[in-house]
Design a protein around this ligand. Structure first.
Ligand SMILES: Nc1ncnc2c1ncn2[C@@H]1O[C@H](COP(=O)(O)OP(=O)(O)OP(=O)(O)O)[C@@H](O)[C@H]1O
Length: 603
């Protein structure tokens, strides 16, 4: 199968997100200012002994409070030390203190924020949130005073404790970013492909939250330097260490006799803080505002139903000699809300015979997606499969299995093809990485074998230049190609059951036909059992052996495709088919209105 012209890459020349961020930073004068100040501070810290006019510890009391001169460009302090040299020697100590505070806050805030955001609403999230609130409610200065009283003066200890007090700030940022990414479809897709939680957090999620983390680190470094200077200025810090803060303290004593002595450390602290804040702002703009979270494509909106039975009843099903691969019995799904529990799927029964394709059709909001998500074990938070429901794979009740056991089935035994291809691929990673990671994790292939297999799969799903697509980012390929990539990913571990949720709705009409051809070929080739959600009776006729019609959370008719399409027994099915044959406005509104405009025969 050849890839159609419509699938030419959107723009192979498009830059990655990292390139875009870098380009924006290069054009931003604030970033230049920050880079310059940081460069100077780092160079001064490293080269201090070489560039300082006088050795560390040098002083000459006879020149106490001496004025600026060629030998002492910034003058001398009360102890007769050269102020410029002192400022230079104080720089690495000040940086060291700042790094301790930022490092400690990151070490606590990042892992706890990641875990809390990922396990949204669970006990870990609740406990860490409570601790973060508590830390934020306690004034840091009080804690620092108590620590000073108990342990004595220590720059490292002070800044370490301040890092703990700062950690809720980074925790909150990471938690919010993680919980936003957690709901993305590509994270579900990675889960369905069998990746462990650690791998998902370490790759897909950390990659997205690193932007907010870098920005937050920039602001926190300013805060840490200012706090350190404040502590030393108040005399709470260590007197043995020379920092910009301790110079502030000394300079303040001479504020009336020689105000310039407080000016230099103030300038150093002020410049560093300004650079850090401006750098943080430049980074915020360069990373851009986060895109609004894409919602799961589910909706309770009802559509233009013009006909239907008040009391749905299930019409007879067709017999099939093949063994039952997936059996759903009395499936009821509910959502918790303020008034208790709302049931959205009411006792669905389905049998899916091995090696056959079952089409699930129905109006928007009829419960199709909830049904397949419950098979995958991926109901959104708040959704529950209610007591008494059974979902059996090869006779084994999945509802009796633990979450970890159900995860084991994903990828190898049950695979999923989502509706919107592009949002199900992580924009931060190349296609090759996204294909070969599950192959390594689930099948245990070596890196080289996983790459070979990925290229074979891309070739098998009709991609003409597998190597180029393997090396591309998702934004560099078209929607049709992305759907082929997802199909390649879904079949990569040779699952027995393939669940596809309107796999062609988001595609152009020419590409739809090709993807349907591909699915049919793969299903026959691998003898896969397939559960296909669709709005399109044309797709049902083309691909499915059996069809089940859903309405208002119930199956109103099911049977073999020929029988149901030729002589539908339920008035609702007749209305759906009638609308299609008479070319009436669609009774079932597709989730993406654009699809009807593309000329798809939606009923
Ligand atoms: N997160 C949720 N919270 C509460 N109710 C929900 C949630 N998701 C779906 N529902 C409800 O469950 C019902 C079935 O939704 P479902 O997404 O399964 O419909 P669908 O048949 O797949 O429709 P569509 O084709 O538009 O996706 C709807 O009434 C919907 O409002």
């Amino acid at each position: 199968m050849t890839a159609p012209a419509a699938e030419a890459p959107a723009s192979a020349a498009k830059a990655t997100r990292g390139d875009r961020v870098l380009r924006r930073l290069v054009r931003d004068p604030r970033a230049w200012f920050t880079a310059l100040v940081l460069l100077v501070v780092v160079l001064v810290s490293i080269l201090g002994p070489l560039i300082a006019p006088w050795p560390q510890g040098w002083s000459d009391v006879t020149q106490s409070m001496g004025p600026a001169s060629a030998e002492h460009p910034l003058g001398l302090d009360r102890g007769g030390s050269d102020i410029l040299s002192e400022l230079i020697y104080a720089t690495p100590e000040s940086l060291f203190g700042m790094l301790i505070a930022v490092g400690v806050s990151m070490a606590i805030g990042i892992p706890s924020g990641l875990m809390a955001g990922y396990s949204r609403g669970r006990w870990f999230d609740n406990v860490t949130d409570w601790v973060a609130n508590l830390l934020m409610a306690i004034p840091a200065i009080l804690v620092l005073l108590v620590v000073r009283g108990l342990v004595g003066p220590s720059l490292a200890l002070n800044m370490g404790v301040f890092g703990v007090m700062l950690s809720p700030a980074i925790y909150r940022v990471v938690r919010a970013a993680t919980s936003g990414v957690r709901g993305e479809l590509y994270v579900d897709a990675a889960w369905v492909n069998g990746l462990s939680t650690g791998r998902i957090i370490g790759s897909h999620i950390l990659r997205v939250v690193r932007g907010p983390i870098i920005i937050q680190a920039a602001f926190m470094s300013a805060l840490a330097i200012a706090m350190q200077a404040g502590l030393e200025f108040l005399g709470i810090g260590s007197q043995d260490t020379r920092t910009w803060g301790s110079m502030l303290n000394n300079g303040f004593r001479e504020v009336y006799s020689d105000p310039t002595q407080i000016l230099w450390p103030t300038l150093a602290v002020g410049l560093f803080c300004a650079a850090a804040v401006l750098g943080g702002n430049a980074l915020t703009d360069a990373f851009g505002r986060p895109e609004p979270k894409r919602q799961r494509p589910t909706t309770g909106a009802t559509t233009g139903i013009i006909f239907g039975a008040d009391q749905p009843e299930v019409a007879g099903g067709a017999a099939d000699p093949a063994p039952v691969k997936l059996a759903i019995r009395d499936l009821r799904i509910g959502y918790h809300n303020d008034s208790g529990m709302t049931e959205v799927v009411h006792g669905v029964d389905l049998d899916l015979h091995a090696g056959t394709v079952l089409g699930l059709v129905g109006e928007s909001g009829s419960g199709k997606t909830q049904t397949i998500l419950s098979v995958l074990g991926l109901l959104p938070s708040g959704g529950t499969v209610l007591e008494g429901s059974r979902i059996e794979l090869d006779g084994d009740d999945l509802m009796g299995r633990s979450r970890a056991e159900r995860r084991e089935l994903l990828g190898r035994h049950i695979a999923y093809i989502p509706q919107e291809p592009l949002v199900n691929l992580d924009p931060s990673f190349k296609i090759g990485y996204q294909l070969h990671t599950p192959l390594r994790a689930v099948l245990g292939l070596s890196s080289a074998d996983a790459k070979t297999r990925s290229l074979e799969l891309l070739d098998r799903v009709g991609i003409t230049d597998p190597q180029r697509v393997y090396d591309s980012y998702p934004h560099q390929i078209s929607g049709g190609m992305a759907q082929r990539v997802l199909i390649a990913g879904a079949i990569s571990c040779e699952p027995e059951l393939l669940v596809a949720d309107e796999p062609t709705t988001a595609l152009d009409v020419t590409v739809q036909a090709e993807v349907l051809d591909l699915l049919r070929d793969l299903q026959r080739e691998n003898g896969m059992t397939m559960l296909l959600v669709t709005h399109n009776f044309g797709v049902v006729a083309d691909l499915c052996d059996e069809v089940a019609v859903m309405r208002k959370g119930m199956i109103v008719e099911r049977g073999d495709v020929r029988t149901v399409l030729r002589s539908p027994s339920h008035p609702y099915t007749r209305a759906l088919l009638g609308a299609m044959v008479e070319n009436k406005p669609p009774l079932i509104t597709p989730r993406r209105p654009a699809a009807t405009e593309r000329g798809i025969a939606h009923v």
